[in-house]
Design a protein around this ligand. Sequence first.
Ligand code: GAR
Length: 201
Amino acid sequence: MSARLVVLVSGAGTNLQALLDAGADPAYGAQVVAVGADRIGSAAVARASAAGVPTFELPISAYADRDAWDQSLCDQVAAHEPDLVVSAGFMKLAGQAFLSRFGGRYVNTHPALLPAFPGMHAPQDALDHGVKVTGATLFFVDAGVDSGPIVAQVAVGVEDGDTTETLHGRIKSAERVMLVEWVGRLVRNGYLIEGRKVTVL
Ligand code: GAR
């Protein structure tokens, strides 16, 4: 039976689309069973709806405080009984309730080679720093900002004349492939997290 993925999104949803496409093949071993967003009307949620996947939208402004939002996110995700929760361009930090329920089975993809350039503007930060190589990182989310144990990374060269858009575009092409490959490996093979070290079995 396929593993159940709940994917959290905020924007374009190209990483989500890659997971939706991969899951169409039963041999992949994982299917997106629900998609959640922190805003109304994202392109990512439209992609999920087009694929017939249930969605939920939880704008933080609709809640009394961040803890109430976090609890609601936790409840909505839990209702879909995920084996793995995947943050794919989800521009919010999950809180304590969410992490205590899904810690160890919540991964995030980030457009830099962590621990370099955590945060919301990684491709711009990499360009500003003048690095020659950056990339993307898949990691298990912990209570810090982009600080959890690393599952996989892919390197992408910075080219002369790159803008944030051209660099992020090439990162995203490599990131999608990495995400699909390693989410598949995690759910098909199982994994161990020992301290900072992730081993896919
Ligand atoms: C991806 O590059 C993802 O790594 C990044 O947003 C993009 C989402 O693209 N996430 C972050 O920067 C999180 N800090 P998508 O909506 O097309 O999948």
